[in-house]
Design a binder for this molecule. Structure first.
Ligand SMILES: *Cc1c(COP(=O)(O)O)cnc(C)c1O
Length: 401
């Protein structure tokens, strides 16, 4: 009898909430991963931007090991190094005043929702329970009950009711619809500057700036979720920077963990963060010394290795190379920086099928919403690796029916 492999055990004992491609990974370094058979693949997924620094970045791994040998977890019952320097650096690079550490992205978003509701009680005079938060259709902000309550994807919601109220949905990129939706009960507008999960959807140029101006005029908070778009992915520190927009509340996660750990932050201006007082919000692991050290090192590496500039340059190179490829089933290639999507005509080609062919050609990606393949390599990718990615994609397109 054959000894069951890792994937067999995962299928036998794991919940079926994912449908992985048929590959079992054992190692990763830079832009490459290796499977159990010792085959190497170019990673064009970057774990949804959690791997902006690539796999096993030596500086971040070294900082993590050093910190693990000192102090990893101690709870927020005590001050512990190096949380202060981490929060200071995160505020410095984002231009925000204060930061509150959590673990997963969803927790950072939950923190933002709580902050906005409490701010509306304290600064807009709304009664507790009255505040509304406006969200975009096609949004993705995580998987907690409150967050999926305002998802426009039925499969994320179905069967999980009762859902959390207090959310109003408007079309993404439509400033007139947003203007019409704002009322005296509106506490905040929550947006992704580019929608990742929805298929690398870019809003019309100027939309985010117009949202900022509208929110300021109406005394409504602008909450920007940069968990996937932030920390260099789009060729700027934050995707908001492309339009010189400063949010009132900002969520970071994914790449903040340097490719090693879940680390997230909710950042805000003084007034918004002032709603939190001792005891009203927290997390056992949020801001632990290991996470803080890894997050701090992740921010230093982004800066010192110029990963933001590299994402802009290599992203432009990759986007134009992919836009020159043709297949009758390929509708559009779009993106910003190293945040690129290839949209297929679902009547002719499924993006899943394309990703399976890409796997056979030596590169890993994942489809989103059936019709879009993500092409989002780690930001450490070099020119030769960009050309290799293009060659793999070209061969996979040629293998499509
Ligand atoms: C991934 C993601 C989240 C949720 O992060 P988790 O760490 O999976 O909880 C939230 N918002 C956006 C935009 C994301 O891409």
């Amino acid at each position: 009898m054959r000894v069951p492999g890792d994937a067999d055990l995962e299928r036998r004992y794991g919940a079926a909430n994912y449908a992985p491609l048929p590959i079992t990974l054992v190692r990763g370094e830079g832009c490459y991963v290796e499977d159990v058979q010792g085959r190497r693949y170019l990673d064009l997924m970057s774990a949804y931007s959690a791997l902006n620094h690539g796999h096993a970045h030596p500086r971040i791994v070294a900082a993590a090991i050093d910190q693990m040998q000192r102090l990893s977890v101690c709870s927020r019952a005590f001050h512990a190094a190096p949380l202060g320097p981490f929060l200071a650096q995160a505020c410095e690079v984002t231009g925000m005043a204060k930061a509150l550490p959590m673990n997963s992205g969803a927790e950072a978003v939950e923190t933002a929702l709580k902050a906005a509701r409490k701010w509306a009680c304290q600064y807009k005079g709304l009664a507790d329970g009255e505040a509304e938060i406006i969200v975009m259709d096609g949004n993705f902000h995580g998987r907690t009950i409150s967050i999926i309550s305002f998802s426009s994807e039925p499969s994320y919601r179905r069967g999980f009711a009762p859902l959390t109220g207090g959310f109003v949905q408007v079309p993404f990129g439509d400033i007139a619809a947003l203007t019409a939706a704002i009322s005296e009960r509106t506490a905040a507008v929550l947006v992704e500057p580019i929608q990742g999960e929805a298929g690398i959807r870019l809003p019309p140029p100027g939309w985010l700036k117009a949202v900022r101006e509208l929110c300021t005029r109406q005394h409504v908070l602008l909450l920007v979720d940069e968990i996937q778009t932030g920390l260099g992915r789009t060729g700027a520190w934050l995707a908001c920077d492309h339009e010189q927009v400063r949010p009132d509340g900002l969520m970071l996660g994914k790449a903040l963990g340097g490719g090693l750990l879940p680390v997230s932050l909710f950042l805000a201006h003084e007034e918004l963060m002032s709603v939190f007082t001792p005891g009203d919000h927290g997390s056992t692991f949020g801001g632990n010394p290991l996470a803080a050290r890894v997050g701090l090192e992740a921010l230093h590496v982004l800066q010192e290795e110029h990963l933001v500039d590299r994402a802009r340059q290599h992203g432009a190179m990759l986007l134009s190379a992919l836009q020159s490829l043709h297949h009758p089933g390929l509708r559009e290639v779009r993106g910003r920086g190293l945040f690129i999507g290839m949209e297929f005509d679902p009547a002719r080609v499924s993006a899943r099928q394309f990703c399976e062919l890409l796997l056979a050609e030596g590169a890993l990606s994942k489809d989103t919403h059936g019709s879009v393949a993500r092409i989002c390599p780690p930001l450490v990718i070099n020119e030769a690796e960009v050309m290799e990615a293009v060659a793999c994609i070209e061969r996979a397109l040629a293998a499509l029916p």
